[in-house]
Design a protein around this ligand. Structure first.
Ligand code: BTN
Length: 265
């Protein structure tokens, strides 16, 4: 399927949460364009996809290498965000990250010869290498959460990666059991995101965490976690019911981390 067919299909699927799908050959970042449009007004259900990004953004201020051929998309959610939600903003964002990552796995796992799995907090992995990531951004007006942008990046093709990520990253196409276009994958992700979003809106957070755990490659492994406050080395024991990582260090002390980056040891 190509972009025009994708746009037609999305508009015909009126039961989906999507209200508009914008495609650009080049953007600085699909998240930036989504934020710009969401700032202008009602953008609930807006999806932005691009063929490449000149300033793709990763988590924690990292760049996201974004040559042509991979998948770059951002989804805006603006409704129902201020109802009774998980205890903190970090937990809300973590659950939305989980929901988005699960949607990616649900959408593509049957197309692959290899197992695709999830690494806390936001990575999508094949054979312990990163194949995709999720970046959540948001805008508040006072106490009110106005919108959230879910940015999803997936490496589809073999590109010459920067040396810093070369050994840690991989791409989907080498594992595909049949050819599939980016836009087929986009549609498939949007359909599964729609399913999980309905559960999220029904506050079925437990199901989201359980599903994430079913797909995870992190629990039971020795890890080093860098969070804003500290660096902890230990065993990844579990994930809490709002998506925090439970880690036990070698003195037996247990920590619950809501936000950070993690490496396997
Ligand atoms: C990460 O793992 O650090 C998150 C990567 C998120 C990358 C995607 S690509 C589409 C969207 N636009 C961006 O600038 N970033 C996200």
């Amino acid at each position: 399927m190509d972009v025009i067919q994708l746009q037609k299909l999305v508009m015909m699927s009126q039961d989906l949460f999507i209200t508009r799908l914008i495609h650009r050959p080049v953007v600085d970042s699909t998240n930036n364009l989504a934020i710009e449009l969401a700032n202008e007004g009602d953008a609930d259900g807006l999806v932005v996809i691009a063929d490449c990004q000149t300033a793709g953004k990763g988590r924690r201020g990292n760049d996201w290498f974004s040559p042509e051929g991979n998948l770059y998309m951002s989804v805006v959610l603006a409704s129902g965000l201020n109802e009774e939600m998980p205890s903190s903003q970090n937990n809300l964002f973590q659950l939305i990250t989980f929901m988005s990552a699960i949607s990616v796995v649900d959408a593509i796992k049957d197309l692959l010869d290899k197992k695709i799995s999830l690494k806390w907090p936001n990575d999508i992995h094949i054979e312990d290498k990163k194949v995709g990531g999720i970046l959540i951004e948001s805008r508040y007006e006072g106490e009110m959460l106005k919108f959230i942008v879910i940015g999803i990046g997936i490496n589809l093709i073999n590109t010459s990666l920067p040396p810093s990520i070369e050994s840690k990253a991989t791409y989907i196409n080498q594992f595909l059991n049949r050819p599939i276009s980016r836009d087929d994958i986009v549609f498939s992700i949007l359909k599964s995101l729609d399913t999980w979003l309905k559960r999220f809106r029904q506050k079925r957070f437990d199901e989201i965490v359980q599903k994430w755990k079913a797909y995870n490659n992190t629990i039971g492994r020795l890890v080093r976690v860098t969070s804003d406050e500290r660096i902890i080395t230990g065993l990844a024991k579990d994930i809490s019911n709002v998506g925090s990582l439970i880690i036990q260090d070698n003195k037996g002390q247990v920590f619950s981390i809501t936000n950070g980056s993690l490496e396997f040891l």
